[in-house]
Structure formats: C-alpha cells, structure tokens
Design a protein around this ligand. Structure first.
Ligand SMILES: [Cu+2]
Length: 166
C-alpha cells in the first residue's frame, strides 16, 4: 500500500513538472514575441520608368518590442538585389544616394521612416516592369526579429493612407 502511494506521489510530481514546463514555455514564447515586435505600415514602391530596371520602396517600420533591433537587409523576387540607401541633397541641389553599409538601427519604441529624400530601399535589376496597381513582397531581415515579409503596393506617388498619417 505504501508503495502505491509513493507511485502516486511521483505521478503527481511529474504532472506538476509538466504543467510548470508548459507554463514556462508559454511564458517564454510570449516574452520572445514581446522582445521583438516589428510592425510595418504605409509601404509603397515606385513603378519602374520606361526600360529602367530600378525602383525604390518606402515604409514606416515600428519597433514595438522591448529590444533594440537592426534592419540588416532586404530582398524581393522582383529584383536582383535590394540596397538600403540614404538620399541627400548636396549644396548644389543635386540629389545623391549612397549605400548604407551596416544596416539601420531601430531602437525599441521608435519608428524608422523610409521616405523619398531620405533612407529607402533601392530595388536594383528589376526584370519585369513594375506598374501602379501591382504589388510585390519585400522580405526584410532584422538582427533580432529575423524575417519580416511586407506586401508593398506599387504606386506612382505616396498613397493617401501614407501621407494622411502624422
Ligand atoms: Cu536610391
């Protein structure tokens, strides 16, 4: 009889441990999700011009997680490569674009605004022309959040939903 009781205690102990493990797993999953939460809004990309094989994409990337992150790179099936670029206007009024080499930090609680005249994605080697009304999928890679796929509508100018935001 004593033996049975001991087995019972072991069973209860195992059940408790499994419950604790399950709770810990759920807790860690929630914690990891909170640590890295990237939200993208107002994405759009320019149509290609004529025979041109270039396009640019813009969006607002909000880091709503608890950890600082880094936008490392981007890619799309529609282009040979996607570069992070910074546009600047020289004293002479000439627009220049240079490649951003080591990604762009997105600190916790902040938003990275990629917009015409500022930082943006440059799509290089776009084989099939992009026309307004189409869309493409841009795959972003973050140091902590990992892969984030963004559906990007092609539009000739900043969509109304994008400019309406503060
Ligand atoms: Cu550019």
């Amino acid at each position: 009889m004593f033996g049975l009781t001991r087995i019972r205690i072991v069973e209860i102990g195992v059940a408790l441990l499994l419950t604790l493990a399950a709770l810990l797993f759920v807790g860690l999953t929630v914690w990891a999700a909170e640590l890295t939460r990237i939200e993208v809004a107002d994405a759009w990309a320019r149509p290609t011009a004529g025979q041109g094989k270039m396009s640019a994409a813009y969006m607002t990337i909000a880091n709503k997680g608890k950890a600082d992150d880094l936008l490392k790179s981007a890619r799309t099936a529609k282009a040979e490569s996607v570069e992070l670029q910074q546009a600047t206007v020289t004293a002479g009024g000439v627009m220049q674009m240079r490649k951003i080499e080591h990604g762009i930090p997105v600190e916790s609680g902040t938003s990275l605004v990629l917009k015409p005249g500022g930082a943006h994605f440059m799509l290089v080697g776009v084989e099939d022309a992009l026309e307004a009304g189409q869309q493409l999928v841009l795959t972003l890679e973050f140091a902590k959040a990992g892969i984030v796929d963004v559906v990007v509508p092609v539009s000739a100018s900043t969509p109304a939903t994008a400019s309406a935001r503060p």
